[in-house]
Design a protein around this ligand. Structure first.
Ligand code: IDC
Length: 464
């Protein structure tokens, strides 16, 4: 268990805090319990449980955490967060302010840096129940008493242990022995929104129950993603690469461009991001790079130009990793913009050991798309880095018939895939029911219709 309470070391845990001195907040007793739910070498994810231990309801709460120099909050959920210097204030998200007597709620955040809070207050009083803010013991350890993700290659029967460093062989993805293989796994949702869904329990479930081979780490660039905090999101991605590796899973690092559709808009960011990620992870066998998610409204020539500038940045650090290039028309091989894979075969990216991305949403993309994939697979190495069981909106009816036809085709062609999404988003493409990630149970009982089906497909024996 990497879960630990900070009580022993830093004294942020829990406590009945009398808040009679706090103006504008009810005089009552609240506790705030801080738990690290996931950690990696450059950051961690934490959960704070706020409990109303009084005998009457409260209508709001406020938790203030002070972090040491070098550690910052990257993002948070189920809360509204503001910062003043190194003190972060967390208030209700809107719907979780009112707590009945004895009730509790929790919020979470991701920190860049390893420093744990040096002070915690709930409603202006110390989380340890005293009237002054908690001060840390001088012997506070700077590293948590946890086992960091292992950096030695996993042994045994995990996907990475069996297959090792991957490479492209002809139109296939091959393992370290030159055997053509197929990887099957799940994509995260946007880390800026669903970071809470990627924790010890959920990742253990993905590796052990789902028997997945692959975690796609979907880092949006816009919409509150990378561009708002490059260091923080880079750290979060690196942490998940480690977590995947610790479980013997491949990590597909997705630079999730979407709007604007021209990846060149983010060229400078892509170079910075991939330089940092590939330098740090160069010696890992489990990393695969996806340099742009879904180019749209841009020519193939524009995508190719982008790829030929980003790929050398990765290669300079990590010469042997597989790199996946998005394709025109939201990675439809051009079909969704009236083109087809012929423009790629006629003018391929000038690089080796690369694959081309194809995406589909089963309720929207039917036989004409399947025909194009079958045709393209004869000459291009393809990787389905994202697909949904639903419409291209991410919602609507789950189309199990079309999904089944698609996955049968991918299995037959040995095309690897990742499903959108391993999250509890309130949309039918999500594998978990809405609200699941607020808890710790990622078992069969909390799966959506889509998740139940995907798990049944992914957990069957691999072809390694
Ligand atoms: C969707 C999410 C949805 C989010 C939207 C905009 O499911 O919650 O509001 O993005 O960011 C894609 C994209 C992927 C989309 C998904 C479903 O790669 O970001 O996610 N989709 O619309 N391409 C086709 C479908």
């Amino acid at each position: 268990m990497r879960r630990w309470r900070i009580l022993a070391g830093v004294a942020v845990v829990a406590a009945a805090a009398t808040v009679a001195t706090v103006v504008a907040l009810p005089a009552s007793a609240e506790t705030a319990a801080f738990t690290v739910t996931n950690s990696w070498s450059t950051g961690y994810q934490a959960q704070v449980e706020v409990k109303n231990t009084s005998s009457s309801p409260i209508t709001t709460w406020r938790v203030q955490l002070t972090l040491p120099a070098g550690t910052t909050v990257v993002n948070s959920w189920n809360t509204t967060q503001s910062a003043s210097g190194s003190t972060y204030t967390f208030t209700p998200a809107g719907w979780n302010g009112t707590l009945a007597a004895g009730a509790s709620t929790s919020f979470g955040f991701v920190a860049n840096g390893t420093g744990r809070p040096t002070s915690c207050q709930v409603n202006g009083a110390s989380c340890d129940g005293s009237s002054t803010p908690t001060t840390p013991p001088t012997t506070t350890p700077t590293t948590p008493p946890t086992t960091p993700p292992t950096t030695t290659p996993p042994t045994g029967t995990t996907p990475v242990a069996i297959n090792g460093q991957l490479r492209v062989c002809g139109t296939k993805l091959c393992n370290q022995n030159g055997k053509a293989i197929q990887l099957r796994g799940m994509s995260t949702h946007g880390l800026q929104w669903f970071g809470k869904c990627y924790n010890k329990n959920s990742l253990d479930a993905l590796a052990n129950d789902w028997k997945a081979d692959l975690l796609r780490i979907s880092m949006y660039v816009q919409e509150g993603g990378y561009e708002t905090n490059p260091a923080g999101f880079t750290s979060q991605v690196n942490g998940l690469v480690d977590e995947a590796g610790a479980r013997g899973l491949y990590a597909l690092v997705d630079f999730h461009t979407l709007t604007p559709g021209d990846p060149n808009y983010n060229l400078a960011r892509a170079k910075t991001f991939f330089n940092e990620v590939s330098a740090r992870n160069a010696n890992k066998k489990n990393i695969i790079y996806e340099i742009t998610n879904e180019p749209n409204g841009v020519s193939w020539a524009g995508i190719k130009s982008y790829a030929e500038q980003v790929i050398p940045v990765i290669r300079a650090n990590d010469p042997d990793a597989v790199i996946v290039v998005g394709t025109r028309g939201w990675s439809s091989l051009g079909v969704s913009e009236g083109a087809n894979s012929g423009e790629i075969t006629a003018n391929p990216v000038n690089a080796s050991n690369i694959m081309y991305a194809f995406h589909f949403y089963a309720a929207s993309h039917l036989d004409n798309y399947r025909a194009e994939v079958q045709r393209a697979a004869a000459s291009l190495p393809l990787f389905v880095t994202e697909f949904g069981t639903v419409t291209y909106t991410g919602g609507g009816q789950v189309d199990l018939a079309s999904t089944g036809t698609w996955l049968d085709l991918l299995d037959r062609l040995q095309i690897s895939y990742a499903n959108w999404t391993y999250s509890d988003a309130d949309e039918s493409s999500a594998a978990f029911r809405s609200g699941t990630c607020n808890g710790s149970d990622y078992g069969s009982g909390v799966l959506s219709q889509s998740g139940t089906y995907l798990k049944s497909r992914i957990s069957t024996p691999d072809n390694f």
